[in-house]
Design a binder for this molecule. Structure first.
Ligand code: CUA
Length: 310
């Protein structure tokens, strides 16, 4: 393993995405040089040619070439359009993680990063992932806005209180790399960083074994489901009429008052904290709020449990 510490002006390219981002930046810089150099050269040439006291001919030019004049607006516009399309397609990729991604939960707070693996392994400020495997992070903050930044992957995403954001990547080199907080979040913002450790598949399995987790996220969520009394109403043999949650994850939920919503992480989180906001059609708005009682980490576990019912 080659630790990459210290100031890095050009960090390693840890993924295909990182290579492509670098290509966009290099090519765009080259384009700018090509467009800007002639302008500066012409400015210097004319400044010298038409300096005060020079004998250069200053009479108005008789000829006018509209095509030439239009070309220096249209050509750079088209070239910039190519870059717009190229960069936009890279950007859209960021929002389309492969379906077989390994899901890892991230909870940020002043001033640490908490990572939780599906098997329940937890770590702080260090993230272990397997090489050549798509990893999808579901992220939320307990307090202020943070931003998770992996320079070697060329990706960065704000982590917000009250809302899940996502990030995915596929690291293709084993090693240890930096991760940082990239949004000023208080006194220790500068120290809110750590390491991304990319392991070969066997190494990752070994790490999972050593990291010591007694229960998977879904199992921990099931325990919470009983602890908070969710099972009292949502359980199979409950006397209260509440939606059965088996298979609800990812499916459309018709809402009271019209419309449907896909039961994703956001919807489940909102249903626990703000149950009156989007009530499922055919049910009374009798669910109490759990705002202030369930931590973000517990919410993610509850979501993992509900996902596991699908
Ligand atoms: Cu968290 Cu800056």
């Amino acid at each position: 393993m080659e630790p990459t510490k210290g100031v890095e002006l050009w960090p390693v390219q840890l993924s295909q995405h990182a290579q492509q981002v670098d290509w966009v930046i290099l090519a765009f810089t080259a384009l700018l040089v090509v467009l800007v150099l002639p302008v500066f050269a012409a400015m210097i040439y004319f400044a010298v040619k038409y300096r005060r006291g020079s004998m250069a001919d200053r009479s108005p030019s008789a000829s006018r070439n509209v095509w030439l004049e239009a070309s220096w607006s249209v050509i750079p516009f088209l070239l910039a359009g190519v870059f717009f399309a190229w960069a936009a397609s890279l950007y859209f990729d960021l929002f389309h993680p492969p379906a077989d991604s390994l899901g890892i939960d991230v909870v940020a707070k002043q001033w640490m990063w908490k990572f939780e693996h599906p098997g329940g392994q937890r770590e702080i400020d260090t993230l272990h992932v397997p090489v050549n495997t798509p990893v999808e992070l579901t992220m939320i903050s307990e307090d202020v806005i943070h931003s998770l930044y992996f320079p070697a992957l060329r990706i960065k995403q704000d982590v917000l209180p009250g809302r899940y954001t996502r990030l995915w990547f596929k690291a293709d080199k084993v090693g240890e790399y930096h991760l940082h907080c990239a949004e000023f979040c208080g006194t220790d913002h500068a120290r809110m960083g750590g390491s991304l450790i990319v392991l070969d598949p066997e190494g990752y399995q070994r790490w999972l074994g050593q990291a010591g987790a007694d229960t998977s996220l879904a199992a921990a969520g099931e325990a919470l489901f009983r602890k908070y009394g969710c099972s009292g109403c949502h359980g199979a043999n409950s006397s209260v009429r509440a939606p059965n949650l088996a298979g609800v994850y990812g499916s459309p939920v018709p809402l009271d008052g019209g419309g449907t919503v896909i039961a994703d992480e956001r919807y489940i989180r909102d249903s626990v904290l703000f149950p009156k906001k989007q009530v499922a059609a055919g049910y009374k708005p009798i669910m109490p709020t759990f705002q202030g009682q369930v931590s973000e980490e517990d919410l993610l576990k509850l979501i993992a449990y509900i996902k596991s019912l699908s």
